[in-house]
Design a binder for this molecule. Structure first.
Ligand SMILES: *[C@@H]1O[C@H](CO)[C@@H](O)[C@H](O)[C@H]1NC(C)=O
Ligand SMILES: *[C@@H]1O[C@H](CO)[C@@H](O)[C@H](O)[C@H]1NC(C)=O
Length: 240
């Protein structure tokens, strides 16, 4: 009995220290949720971004090495340019665990965005264009270090040659790792489990995980625009 109490005391102390230092660590390294900035990358189709009440908010969840995300982007981009300031768009990333290079390419997009925000979407398009290069089969024999090096060289072409060493340093910067983790956590928190997923004004579109073509986008957005211009007739209750 006399021996037990010190043992318990030590146990409680250890548990307390572990919990306390755990909290301290996450605060010191900034791995806090919610993050200070809303996740994702805005896409500008016009100079002044007016994300007012009347703007239809479109969000997409992509994985840079997912073929369906690649196939979905051109039609969505076309639709965004068609609607201009009537829509606003934000891209979120969900690096899928069964795509070996999803995380490193997603992290490259966060690094590119922090160095030259005009390069974020061009880099995404470059990943889509040469996606096969980063597929599991093609990179099976490569080390993690050599893949990262390849991604750095790949990104440098788009972000700008003068950023080469900054991009490389970005992969050793814990902040860019945290941003990529936040993207993953945000996607999970929205119930997104595949790519591409689309949300319009906060609601998920049906057929998640499949690309949507241009006419599909028009058939979703046109009625929403129409219902705004004729406010007296609210078409919502026909569907509800
Ligand atoms: C930023 O990226 C864009 C898109 O690739 C590029 O046109 C521009 O030259 C880059 N800016 C700098 C300063 O390198
Ligand atoms: C990986 O290595 C194996 C064994 O050496 C080889 O058979 C295979 O072709 C290589 N794959 C690639 C994509 O280089």
């Amino acid at each position: 009995m006399a021996q037990r109490q010190p043992t318990l005391f030590i146990l409680f102390t250890v548990v307390f220290v572990v919990i306390f230092s755990g909290n301290n660590k996450s605060t010191a390294q900034g791995q806090r949720l919610p993050p200070a900035r809303y996740d994702g990358f805005p896409y500008q189709t016009h100079q002044h971004q007016d994300a007012g009440e009347d703007t239809i908010k479109i969000e997409a969840f992509f994985d840079p090495v997912c073929p369906d995300s690649r196939d979905a982007w051109p039609a969505l981009k076309l639709a965004l340019h068609h609607y201009g300031p009537r829509t606003s768009f934000r891209l979120h990333l969900l690096p899928l665990p069964y795509h070996d290079n999803a995380y490193v390419t997603s992290r490259a997009l966060h690094i590119a965005d922090s160095l030259n925000s005009s390069s974020t979407f061009p880099l995404l398009e470059q990943f889509f264009k040469y996606q096969e290069k980063f597929y599991n089969d093609r990179t099976r024999n490569l080390s993690k270090v050599s893949i990262t090096k390849e991604v750095v060289d790949f990104a440098t072409v788009v972000v700008g040659n003068s950023y080469s060493s900054a991009i490389e340093a970005g992969f050793n910067d814990r902040q860019t790792d945290l941003k990529t983790r936040v993207s993953f956590k945000y996607s999970a928190s929205r119930g997104v489990y595949g790519t591409p997923f689309f949300f319009v004004n906060g609601f998920v579109l049906p057929d998640a995980g499949s690309p949507l073509d241009y006419n599909g986008w028009r058939s979703i957005i046109d009625p929403l625009i129409g219902s705004k211009s004729s406010r007296s007739v609210d078409p919502l209750h026909f569907f509800l």
